[in-house]
Ligand binder design. Structure first.
Ligand code: ATP
Ligand code: MG
Length: 323
């Protein structure tokens, strides 16, 4: 993909050799709320880097600072070798940003929306035409080109939003919960599009609430109440989890759940059908035995099971405490 832009030609190397994004002590306060709290990030190039965290943990605020739309209260950000906020104007064209809310014009057709955006992004008429045709093709929007966004399905609208974000071929893409309104099949093909972009050296940051989506990222940051609480490859985060996970299968699970909770040794006990998934606090070698004793006589079975990313999420965030 040709990622040349006016800004590139001003600084042709775009920090070659540096990570795509480096944030140091990134902080944003809104009055008394600390939305983002001393976050350090190193985001490699041409990878998909995920942000996972409960509602209100600061994902969108972080994205807005990384693309120069919001000034940090403290801290520094470098995007492709440029400092933010100092070089925010230079950085903006290097970034494609798909906001959490659909943000295209409802009165314009698909094609008109892309054309308008191309103008805003300063693409020449010829380049605009080329890019629009290519995007309609890549994102399967050709037959929908004359429709308005309000007459598109959720999945089609999301393809349009992605097409709009990458129209000017930015080397960095920020996607804020891009698949929150689409079915699993559509989500899967959306992710195929993301991996295709990676092949063209695009760096992608994506926030999500879906574990299966988080698991697809090369690297993952987990935020909780504005702080970075875990970071790494999903597989490593799961492998390093110091908590044991038990599954209790049986009847009358509400009563068993209560008993297990009363032991005070579980971080969470969640019911899934006829099973309870018990995430034990680390460091107590007798914990599994205590759970076994608590359910004795109930007829329920108990077994240790492999942790998953959701367990990592629950273990590292406070917001989802269910006990
Ligand atoms: N412009 C603003 N003014 C005041 N408070 C704000 C503003 N923007 C965000 N906040 C607060 O900052 C915190 C972080 O919000 P943010 O939108 O970044 O969370 P999020 O992780 O994106 O949540 P979600 O998963 O719900 O999208 C919240 O407490 C929110 O209320
Ligand atoms: Mg958000």
């Amino acid at each position: 993909m040709d990622t040349a832009t006016a800004a590139d030609s001003a600084r042709p190397d775009n920090g070659a050799g540096e990570p795509a994004i480096v944030a140091t002590g990134l902080t944003r306060r809104f009055g008394r709320t600390v939305a983002v709290d001393s976050v350090d990030l190193t985001i490699p190039r041409a990878k998909i880097y995920g942000f996972l965290g409960p509602n209100g943990c600061g994902k969108s605020t972080t994205f807005r600072m990384l693309c120069g739309l919001l000034t940090p209260t403290e801290g520094e950000v470098r995007v492709l070798g440029h400092s933010i906020p100092r070089d925010a104007e230079t950085v903006r064209p290097l970034i494609g940003y798909m906001t959490q809310q659909f943000s295209l014009y409802r009165d314009l057709s698909v094609r008109e929306n892309l054309d308008f955006l191309g103008k805003v992004r300063g693409l020449s008429r010829r380049r605009r035409r080329e890019r629009i045709e290519a995007s309609l093709e890549t994102y399967d929007l050709g037959r929908l080109a004359r429709r308005r966004p309000e007459n598109l399905s959720g999945g089609e609208r999301q393809r349009l939003a992605l097409a709009a974000a990458v129209l000017h071929e930015p080397p960095v893409l920020l996607l804020d919960e891009p698949t929150s309104a689409v079915d699993p099949r559509t989500r899967r093909s959306f992710w195929d599009s993301l991996f295709a972009l990676i092949e063209h050296d695009v760096t992608i940051l994506v926030s999500t609430h879906y574990m299966e989506e988080a698991e697809r990222c090369h690297q993952l940051a987990i935020l909780d109440r504005g702080r970075l609480v875990a970071e790494g490859e999903p597989k490593t985060l799961i492998g390093d989890l110091g908590h044991t996970v038990l599954e209790v299968e049986g009847e009358q699970l509400a009563r068993l759940r209560q008993r297990i909770a009363e032991l005070g040794i579980a971080r969470s006990v969640a019911q899934l059908g006829n099973r309870l998934r018990v995430l034990l606090e680390p460091g107590d070698p007798d914990a599994a035995g205590l759970v076994g004793a608590a359910i004795a006589g109930s007829g329920a079975s108990i077994a240790e099971t492999r942790p998953g990313l959701e367990d990592v999420f629950v273990a590292s965030t406070q917001g989802d405490r269910d006990l």
